[in-house]
Every structure is written in C-alpha cells, then in structure tokens.
Design a protein around this ligand. Structure first.
Ligand SMILES: Nc1ncnc2c1ncn2[C@@H]1O[C@H](COP(=O)(O)OP(=O)(O)O)[C@@H](O)[C@H]1O
Ligand SMILES: [Mg+2]
Length: 373
C-alpha cells in the first residue's frame, strides 16, 4: 500500500505545535498573578468610564511581559463592551505614521492605500474612538524602538493630550526590556504619562519547569517528553537569564528533531542539539521586520567581515537599480546598530579624515540562517 510522504503515523510527539509558538496566549500564566493584578487594577477604572492609570512594564526578555499584556487586554475586552485593546509592536511599527495607521486599521477603518498624512490619521483615530464610543488600551510593546526617535515619541504626547482635549479615555501600556528608556522621553510626555511601574523578574529554573510542563501537556502527546528533557530545557532557559521563550523554543525545536529521526520521545540529546540552534535574541526579534536593503547590507557583511562605510555603500549600491541615497544608507546603518545587528566604529581613514568601520555584531552563521536563507 502506498504510504504518504506526509504520513503522521510515526509522528507521535507533537500534538499541536501552535501552543508552542511565541504569540500563543495561554489560559493561565503561573507566577504572574501579582503583575496581572497590578495591571488589572490600573485599568479597571475604564469599566466605569473612568480614567485608567498608565503603565510601564519592564523586565528582561522572556519573562512574560508581552504575553501578560495580551492576556490582560483580552480579559478587559471580555469584561467591557467599551474597552478595546490595541497592540502595537514597535519593532514592526516605529514611526508616528506607521503606528497611527496600524491603530486605525485595528479599529476597522479602511485606510487608503496611498496612505494618509499623520495628522489625518490622528484625526481619524480620534473621530473613530468618539463615534464608536471606544476606550482603548494601547499596548506599545518594545517601546524603546519608538522612544529612540524624538518625533515618533511625540505621538505618545498627542495620545495623552487627547484625553484632556477630547474627553477620551486612552490607557497607555508601555513595555520594554530597558528600565532606563522612559528617561529618554520629553519632560512633558513623562509628566503627563505618570506611568505606574510593573516589574517582571527572571524566572527561576523551578518556575520554568512548571511553565514547560503546563505547555507540554497541551502541545505534546502523553509520554512523548522525558521529564529529564523538560528539566534540561528549563535549565537552559534559566541560564539565558530566566527566559521562558528560549525554554519553549528549545522544546519545539527538539521535538521536531526527534520526529524527523523517527524517535518515540524527546530526550536530553535532542534538547542539547536544539539549544545549539537557537538564534540570539536580537536577531530573532529584528529578523521579521528587516527590509531588502537592510538584508542586503547584512549579506555583504557576512561575506566581507569588516568594511569601511564607503566600501559597503559601493558594494550595496551595485546590487540595486535604484539604491538608497547615501543619507538613507547612513540611517539604515544606525538602525541596524540600534538593533544590535552591526557595530559601528569611528576610525581614521588616511588623509581624508574619519569614516566608520562596520562589522557584524551577531554570529555570521546565525545571521545567514535567520535572515538570508
Ligand atoms: N507565566 C507564564 N506562563 C506561561 N507561559 C509563559 C509565562 N511567561 C512567559 N511565557 C511564555 O514564554 C514566552 C516568552 O514570553 P513573552 O511574553 O514573549 O516574554 P517577554 O515579552 O517578556 O520577552 C512566550 O511563549 C510566553 O507564552
Ligand atoms: Mg515581549
């Protein structure tokens, strides 16, 4: 009898891998009760048409900031017909225009393809909130990407002011790994924000074990994971600064390896091998949002190791029929450096003065795997 190449008879490990994806929001979030309560109590006034307390959520990577914020806005939406959670990932949308565009779209507005100017979008946003009687909680995740830019961050000011000027109740939830980031905000923004801080601590190995066990129950078939394997994945997560994301990702990657080799269960060797394939965080976060120009620059750097700015520009420009101007090229370099994908070093260049030497700031093989292939 013909056996399908895709036969899942032998695949007896992963039951539903969607439960292991980073954007899955679980029904329970162990060890985050205190943070959930703080966030809920700050947003609760919305339920009686009152003004919510703005929040600043911070803590290391993989400590559940994003998932907790999403969890709470979901709960809030189910508790009130007025309240609406709007989620912005500032890696993806980091200009005033892009954010406003995303907000309008999330509220169901048809935004013309040619695009609208930021002011038009802003007016449209306010209008929609008023006519639909919506009190939004806007989550600005990875908010450092927005705050780094002075003009973009003034968007926060506009939204804060809308509360007073237009009688709206907009709650802002800013999320970042960097505690210091708020100090980059303009004084006026900072004072009208007056956000309450909510701190997320790294998970301990024991906590990670429980998180993984919970997740394994829904994502894997019974007995397809050795407890030792879970414990080791938890230990790796703990070693990466208590990062639950790393731990969960290792489980998924190890399980795929185990299935591919026809194993009946995931053992510690699969976990060890999976750990080797985990890309650095900076790379993982940025990769989905890089454009063709940024990718090409990284590709050239993978081939050349170190280049002066002028050399890199020449090699890059040769690849495109209409390359970016040198000025936009410099902006790209600064952005790639902010994303911690490249390093820029000021150096003397012969008689002509100064230039910048550019090198990769992440392992070449990881860049190749994550971005170029
Ligand atoms: N308390 C928790 N219970 C269950 N899963 C969690 C918990 N905390 C984090 N996770 C999971 O770990 C991963 C990383 O969490 P995330 O919210 O993205 O972290 P952060 O935003 O702090 O970097 C996600 O897959 C998330 O579902
Ligand atoms: Mg996050």
């Amino acid at each position: 009898m013909h056996k399908s190449a895709f036969s899942i008879e032998d695949a007896c490990i992963i039951k539903d891998e969607r439960f292991l994806y980073p954007d899955y929001v679980p029904e329970r979030l162990p060890f985050r009760d205190a943070q959930i309560e703080e966030i809920v109590s700050s947003l609760r006034p919305l339920l009686r048409n009152g003004k919510p307390q703005n929040l600043f959520i911070f803590g290391p990577t993989g400590t559940g900031k994003t998932v907790t914020a999403k969890y709470v806005i979901k709960e809030l939406e189910s508790a009130s017909s007025r309240a609406k959670g709007l989620y912005i990932n500032c890696f993806e949308d980091h200009t005033r225009n892009a954010v406003l565009n995303k907000l309008c779209i999330s509220l169901g507005n048809a935004v013309p393809r040619r695009g609208l100017a930021a002011d038009e979008l802003y007016n449209e946003l306010l209008q929609t909130l008023k006519t639909k009687k919506i009190s939004p909680v806007i989550v600005f995740d990875e908010v450092d990407q927005l705050i780094k830019d002075k003009t973009s961050s003034m968007l926060l000011y506009d939204l804060l002011r809308a509360n007073e000027q237009h009688g709206l109740q907009i709650g802002l939830v800013l999320v970042s790994n960097l505690y210091e980031i708020l100090s980059f905000l303009d004084g006026r923004v900072l004072s009208s924000l007056s956000a309450k801080n909510v701190k997320f601590e790294s998970y301990t190995p024991e906590q990670l074990k429980q998180i993984l066990n919970d997740r394994a129950k829904i994502a894997f078939f019974n007995n397809s994971l050795d407890q030792d394997a879970i414990n080791l994945a938890a230990a790796y997560g703990a070693k990466c600064n208590g990062d639950a994301r790393v731990a969960i990702e290792i489980l998924l990657s190890a399980a795929r390896m185990a299935e591919n080799e026809g194993a009946k269960s995931v053992n510690i060797n699969h976990i060890k091998n999976a750990f080797k394939t985990i890309s650095p965080r900076a790379l993982q976060k940025a990769a989905p949002f890089l454009d063709v120009h940024e990718k090409e620059l990284l590709k050239i750097l993978c081939e050349k190791d170190a280049l002066f700015s002028g050399e890199l520009y020449k090699l890059y420009a040769a690849k495109f029929s209409s390359p970016l101007t040198e000025r936009s090229f410099r902006d790209k370099l600064n952005r790639l450096a902010e994303l911690k994908l490249i390093s820029l070093k000021d150096v003397k260049e012969g008689m002509r003065g100064r230039t910048r030497e550019i090198t990769l700031a992440q392992p070449k093989n990881a860049i190749m795997r994550q971005i170029i292939e």
